[in-house]
Design a protein around this ligand. Structure first.
Ligand SMILES: Nc1ncnc2c1ncn2[C@@H]1O[C@H](COP(=O)(O)OP(=O)(O)OP(=O)(O)O)[C@@H](O)[C@H]1O
Ligand SMILES: CC(=O)N[C@H]1[C@@H]2OC[C@@H](O2)[C@@H](O)[C@@H]1O[C@H](C)C(=O)O
Length: 365
């Protein structure tokens, strides 16, 4: 399929924050990024987010999962159906559970149904093949980050950092020709990012998030809590490695005796410290950290990362990219790689045994 010509692909990501679905068009041959196109966003209603929340941690066949999958497909059909011109769709779905060492990885939403609804071929189920071959199944954006490094003309090692519900980093040496070349990439989940901040804001203030990091900025960081948090064995594990959204649920207990502001400041500092800890695993310090995902709008988090890493830290807008749409773009790009049979992960990005072309394509009838 596609024979290596550039096509407009439409990617969609429903992230761990459960706030909504992002969609973005990318013109690519699955190797070079040629152009960016229309983008879209569809927020989940409170009721829809509740359906997802109720199904979190569950596996296919368990209560609430079917309902969540049908809802995810309907919301994607509504959003993607309003964006014209795609030859191919990349559909990540909503991760409900992720436990690559034992039960696997579970994204709600069936690509056959979405292909039927849209009348366009859909690439989906991106993570299963990687997990089946012993990989972490995540993160998958790194091959796209590599293409972005080329797109922006980077020459020295740099890193992309995504601050979503969970944080993930991709260290890149752009001197290499291909992402799967040895030494080109190292990628892994750094630790919790916005998820524990949001959970705390919801529990204490009935708010969705700490807007711009304002409450964290009012509080004092309890460094003993940060130190205890960093003692978790996850941070010593050599990457690649990935996390489930709720892997650090204990963090909210650690701050329960603190004031709201001190608790949020401390949890935010933990997220920043986990990025700094992550950089210790990289082959060399990156010359800059380019940050995407909603957390780049949290000044306390961004300031904490810059301070604790000592690396110049910028939102990706600094190099002309769209930090809200980068993950959706990644699944557009990966969809084209799936269609062309190119690898989507490799030992350095997910710890998988060999290069893997994940994902499957469903054609509409
Ligand atoms: N102005 C803001 N101030 C503070 N935090 C913000 C702001 N805007 C977004 N965020 C945070 O970013 C989160 C959304 O980030 P994003 O959309 O990148 O996550 P996601 O894609 O759902 O997660 P993941 O990448 O883990 O799958 C929000 O839940 C919120 O915590
Ligand atoms: C299992 C899963 O859905 N993981 C997500 C999550 O959100 C951020 C981080 O954890 C990353 O590992 C991944 O998403 C991005 C898009 C990735 O695969 O690169």
């Amino acid at each position: 399929m596609l024979e290596g010509r550039p096509v407009w692909a439409l990617g969609a990501m429903s992230g761990t924050s459960l706030d909504g679905v992002d969609a973005a068009m990318v013109l690519t041959d699955g190797e070079v990024i040629h152009d960016f196109g229309e983008t879209g966003y569809r927020a989940y209603s409170d009721n829809e987010a509740g359906i997802l929340r109720a199904a979190l941690g569950r596996w296919p066949g368990e209560p609430g999962v079917e309902e969540a999958a049908r809802m995810v497909e309907a919301v994607h059909a509504e959003l993607l159906g309003g964006i014209a011109g795609a030859e191919l769709v990349g559909f990540h779905g909503q991760t409900l559970a992720h436990d690559p060492k034992t039960r696997g990885t579970h994204q709600a939403g069936d690509g056959h149904r979405l292909a039927e609804a849209l009348g366009v071929p859909v690439a989906w189920d991106f993570r299963t093949a990687d997990v089946a071959l012993g990989g972490e199944g995540a993160p998958l954006a790194p091959f796209y980050h590599f293409a972005l490094a080329k797109f922006i003309g980077a020459e020295a090692p740099l890193a992309f950092l995504n601050l979503g519900g969970v944080g993930n980093i991709t260290w890149i040496d752009p001197a290499h020709a291909l992402p799967e070349d040895e030494g080109a990439l190292l990628a892994f989940d750094t630790g919790p990012a916005n998820a524990p901040i949001n959970d705390l804001m919801r529990a204490r203030r009935h708010l969705d998030r700490d807007e711009d990091g304002a409450l964290a900025a009012e509080g004092f960081v309890d460094e003993a809590i940060v130190e205890a948090f960093l003692a978790d064995p996850y941070f010593l594990r050599v990457p690649p490695k990935s996390l489930d959204r709720d892997a650090f649920a204990g963090l909210s207990r650690a701050v329960e005796d603190l004031s709201d502001a001190d608790a949020v400041a401390s949890v935010t500092a933990c997220a920043a410290a986990s990025v700094a800890q992550g950089l210790n695993h990289c082959p060399a310090l990156p010359v800059r950290l380019l940050v995407c995902g909603g957390g780049r709008k949290n000044a306390a988090l961004m300031g904490g990362i810059a301070e604790r890493t000592g690396v110049p830290t910028f939102p990706v807008e600094e190099v002309g990219l769209d930090g809200d749409m980068l993950e959706a773009q990644a699944f557009a790009y990966l969809a084209v790689r799936v269609a062309r049979g190119l690898p989507t992960s490799c030992p350095a990005t997910t710890g998988v045994a060999a290069n893997v072309g994940g994902g499957t394509i469903s054609e509409p009838a």
